[in-house]
Design a protein around this ligand. Sequence first.
Ligand code: URA
Length: 237
Amino acid sequence: MMTREDMLRELELLPVWQLRQQAAKATQASMPASIPISNVNTALDRISIIQNFDWQALRVDVKSCQACGLAKTRTQTVFGVGDENADWLIVGEAPGAEEDKRGEPFVGRAGQLLDNMLAAIELKRGENVYIANVLKCRPPENRDPHGEEVMQCDPYLKRQVELIKPKLILALGKFAAQSLLNSDATVTSMRGKLHHYHYHGVPVIVTYHPAYLLRNLADKAKAWDDLCLAKSTMQSL
Ligand code: URA
């Protein structure tokens, strides 16, 4: 029978395993005393395992994920869609009702606007474009994602970025921008500039979320500027 050691070796995690013990101690040192080291180890185990997944393993893991309370309220997970070798990665916030029903990101009204935004810069869903969300499950009543949910889902998005290796990421709205850029700045202050994804240094452009633009038509002109910036940045890469 395969032992835990065999499995970790198989996953090429063993050296990381040793480092993780040190990492766990360092993390533990900066955490409240009430969080036991075994929980830190478990979280680090999960992150290390996800970091080594291929597409198939990642899909399977997302589908059965129980890491946060959204597992209980979702209809299904919404993994992401598009060209797995895309130059463009579009990151939204979380599935809404329609996405939860259909299992695909951005298929509701905001999705139609996103498709139009992509068309404006001569892009098409699925063609050199991959679309994913920060959260893979719908928050009930479309409420904002909670910090714990973002934290638990973050390794999935990170792994998607690593597997796709996009040339540029377009962050739609506050949650995508804040989680990709590890920041608590507003969209207004982040848009109009070139940022870099903290994990792999991929260029990131921030713009308004299409659902916000549906309610705030006047900001569509600014979103257009952001799309032009994204396009010219891509052309310069
Ligand atoms: N809003 C998002 O952020 N993502 C979706 O998939 C749909 C709506």
